[in-house]
Design a protein around this ligand. Structure first.
Ligand SMILES: *Cc1c(COP(=O)(O)O)cnc(C)c1O
Length: 389
């Protein structure tokens, strides 16, 4: 169906940060399948692990124990400090699980009409509940009636969340991205998550973090919340978790981890042996190749180098982000930069109309990053000068 406005190009193979079309032309991938291919393309350890797993078992169903799923759950709990995991197949599904947990949590406490606080400019997925939670009218338009039970406030404004507690007695949770991705790579002020944690604690609300984009090494830590010293009650993951093999996860701790009992939720594919092997191998490679430190270091270099190259260029509003989640905000819509970069054999993305977004593989090296920044700064420079009022 006509759900995508695709670029007129196809890739037939990849290697590391490079993608190749059928003619053998090479493209530098600074988008990584939208924060999915953290290990780059055709990582030999992942390919080998997947082939071996496919030769043993791909799927058995959640009617039986799945050792790979149990190992992955243990590993994720150790990395996050959370206690239980539900596995599904996408980010939207992980957030659906979080929303259902919040509602069960509310009903368990006698709240008949539980509401979840969500943010302006947020993105949580395309299913009915997650598009209703999303703070973007374009994502919602035409799909009314929306799912009710969401209360929206501006992103980054902890005071606005605190004020809700004075007027609503049915709020049960706050759902927020630590760094907004689709909304424009928006970075909140220092202390924002800590303030939300406090407000949730004071009111008995669950703090639910959507790290579908920011998780699994993207920001230079395993998870973005680990740039602070707080723990969420619920955490959702997907994108980078399986390096392209579909897998999502909803983690929880404390009472939130006990709300789902047999029969309350489920998934046929969720957490199957193949997907869990992809995720286990992804986590192993990130650790063994030191990719968290690499993402932090190369990301800082990209932001610094772009700031230097674009300093004094009128029309560049802000260069921001954390690790390899980077946004360059311009003063005007810049969707056409995607084609201009493609013509220079560079894959980037534009989100929120005027923000160039970079989400390169976590394996990106400094030499490759230097090629990226040089090409991108040139394209942006030409674009802004060509269209100056
Ligand atoms: C991409 C994304 C989602 C949706 O994930 P899908 O796998 O496309 O369903 C949800 N939340 C955030 C923050 C995302 O970036």
């Amino acid at each position: 169906m006509q759900t995508y406005a695709r670029q007129p190009i196809a890739f037939v193979r990849g290697e590391g940060v490079w993608l190749y079309d059928a003619a053998g032309t090479r493209y530098l991938d600074a988008l990584a399948g939208v924060a999915v291919n953290g290990l780059g393309h055709a990582h030999p350890r992942l390919a080998e692990a997947l082939c071996a797993q496919a030769g043993r078992l791909i799927h058995t169903s959640n009617l039986y124990r799945i050792p790979e799923q149990e190992r992955l759950a243990e590993r994720l709990c150790r990395l996050t400090g959370l206690e239980r995991v539900f596995f599904c197949n996408s980010g939207a599904e992980a957030n659906e699980a979080a929303i259902k947990i919040a509602r069960l949590y509310g009903h368990d406490r006698g709240i008949e009409n539980p509401a979840i606080v969500v943010m302006e400019k947020s993105f949580h997925g395309r299913t009915l509940a997650t598009l209703s939670a999303t703070g973007n009218r374009k994502v919602q338009a035409g799909f009314e009636p929306l799912v009710t039970g969401f209360v929206r406030v501006p992103f980054g404004d902890a005071q606005a969340v605190a004020r809700l507690a004075e007027h609503h007695n049915n709020i049960v949770a706050v759902l927020v991205e630590p760094y907004q991705g689709e909304g424009g790579v928006n970075v909140p002020q220092t202390g924002y998550l800590e303030r939300l944690r406090q407000i949730c604690d004071n009111n008995g609300w669950l703090l639910m973090l959507d790290e579908v984009q920011s998780g699994v090494g993207r920001t230079g830590k395993w998870f973005a919340f680990q740039h602070t010293d707080i723990l969420p009650d619920v955490l959702t993951l997907a994108k980078g978790l399986g390096s392209g093999v579909p897998i999502g996860a909803c983690l929880a701790r404390g009472v939130a981890a006990e709300t789902f009992t047999p029969g309350k939720h489920g998934s046929t594919f969720g957490g199957n042996p193949l997907a869990c092997t992809a995720a286990l191998t992804t986590l192993e490679v990130i650790e063994q190749e030191g990719l968290l430190a690499n993402a932090a270091e190369v990301g800082a270099y990209i932001r610094q180098d772009l700031a230097e190259r674009l300093s004094g260029v009128a029309g560049v509003r802000e260069i921001r982000g954390q690790g390899l989640m980077i946004g360059i905000e311009l003063d005007r819509p810049c969707g056409e930069l995607v084609q201009q970069a493609l013509a220079r054999r560079l894959l980037i993305n534009v989100t929120a109309e005027s923000v160039v977004r970079l989400l390169p593989p976590l394996i990106l090296r400094r030499e490759e990053a230097a090629l990226l920044t040089a090409t991108l700064a040139e394209i942006i420079g030409v674009f802004l000068k060509g269209r100056m009022p």
